[in-house]
Design a protein around this ligand. Structure first.
Ligand code: TRP
Length: 384
């Protein structure tokens, strides 16, 4: 159990405590903080009042320990990070994906009523992503970008495999087409699967439709070649980010015996890419995000933090805010577990500065003990 709480504590208490401290790191005022803790409680529904001593409300894969909440910080140079929170709004319905999905949709419609935004785009896709007997691994998630002013930006995550993993590609193509992106599917790079389809709802400068792709065994060179947006982001920076996050040695350090090729890949939990579409004229995406599940490539969170700090520094971003955020979420020493830092991501959107996003687990239910072996490192060491 997360060390901020006693054994009688409730899921809602723990996560709103974490959120309150994170709001301070993000520079949000008291009124916004109070509003957003209220929103989080409502999003959790009955699960907010669930004792942490009970098992998680659902076996959600939103986080490794099935906490239905995950935080993230989006960094830009020269300012406090933006704070976001990801929730499974149907978690109180447990693992019945049909019920979980219906409750999640209801929660999103309630947000739309409250903040006065349209759910048109989502409604147009409902039959695709909410069939009668949906398959896993999720029904619907919702991320809130916690902006000053008390009204969050809302992002909805849907499951392309709802009608079976074998139909995911077809489902993504159809969903894109229904939203007017008829050429978008053909612009996507090759991948091994479609983990999420996401929509920005409400008040955004340029609302995005996002397709997430899965890339087992990705190499730095490939990571640099997957963007389809124009102008294309610099390959070198992408490769450098991927090497730093995954702790893959620079090319010169590898032996030239052919085995090196295999050592230069993330062979554990796969990296993901996200391709975002904001206009239908070109058929091309206007954004590219590279997500590295850093937690699978470190011994412990002390190491994950070092990788995150290296990435932030190389982009002139404030790593002190990261340390404050980690302390806001968990009092445990970083070396005592792994998974508090779940992902590191590098985000490119046309016409905007690059961002670094760091995903921080709630660890409401469990901290994973430090890893005994780290896949990439051990393989590389064996070669050198
Ligand atoms: N926990 C899931 C995973 O690791 C889903 C997820 C949560 C995720 N936060 C994420 C995926 C951030 C990508 C980026 O895949």
């Amino acid at each position: 159990m997360n060390g901020f709480n006693s054994s009688e504590a409730l899921l809602g208490d723990l996560t709103t405590g974490q959120l309150t401290r994170l709001c301070q790191v993000a520079g949000l005022g008291e009124a916004d903080t109070a509003a957003y803790t209220g929103v989080l409680i409502e999003s959790l529904g009955a699960s907010a009042g669930r004792p942490l001593a009970l098992p998680p409300p659902s076996r959600t894969f939103l986080s490794d320990d099935h906490s239905p909440v995950e935080f993230s910080l989006a960094f830009l140079p020269g300012q406090a990070p933006d704070l976001r929170v990801l929730v499974e709004p149907g978690c109180s319905r447990g693992d019945d994906l049909a019920k979980n999905g219906r409750a999640g949709l209801q929660a999103i419609h309630a947000m739309a009523d409250r903040w006065g935004f349209s759910t048109d785009q989502l409604d147009r896709l409902e039959d695709l992503f909410f069939p009668q007997s949906p398959e896993g691994p999720l029904a619907v998630w919702c991320a809130l970008e916690l902006r000053p002013g008390g009204v969050p930006g809302v992002k909805v995550y849907l499951n392309p495999s709802a009608n079976g993993a074998d139909r995911a590609a077809e489902t993504v193509r159809e969903a894109l087409a229904r939203l007017g992106h008829r050429q978008a599917f053909d612009s996507l790079p090759r991948a091994e699967g479609f983990p999420f389809f996401a929509l920005d709802l409400g008040d955004w400068d340029a609302p995005r439709v996002k397709v997430y792709l899965k890339h087992p065994g990705l190499s730095p060179t490939e990571a640099g070649s997957l963007p389809r947006m124009s102008p294309a982001p610099g390959r070198e920076r992408l490769e450098e980010f991927f090497r730093t996050a995954g702790d893959l040695p620079a090319a010169d350090d590898l032996t030239a015996d052919g085995a090196a090729e295999d050592a230069d890949r993330l062979t554990g939990r796969p990296a993901l890419t996200c391709h975002s579409f904001t206009e239908t004229a070109t058929g091309l995406p206007s954004g590219y995000t590279l997500h590295v599940p850093v937690r699978d490539y470190v011994r412990d969170d002390g190491e994950a933090r070092e990788r995150a700090v290296a990435v932030l520094r190389s982009h002139d971003m404030d790593s002190a805010a990261l340390d404050r955020a980690l302390a806001a979420v968990s009092p445990r020493p970083l070396g005592d577990g792994v998974g508090l830092i779940a992902y590191l991501a590098l985000v490119h959107e046309r016409g905007r500065p690059q961002r670094v996003t760091i995903y921080v687990s709630s660890e409401a239910y469990r901290t994973r003990p430090p890893r005994e072996t780290v896949p990439t490192r051990d393989r590389v060491r064996a070669r050198l």
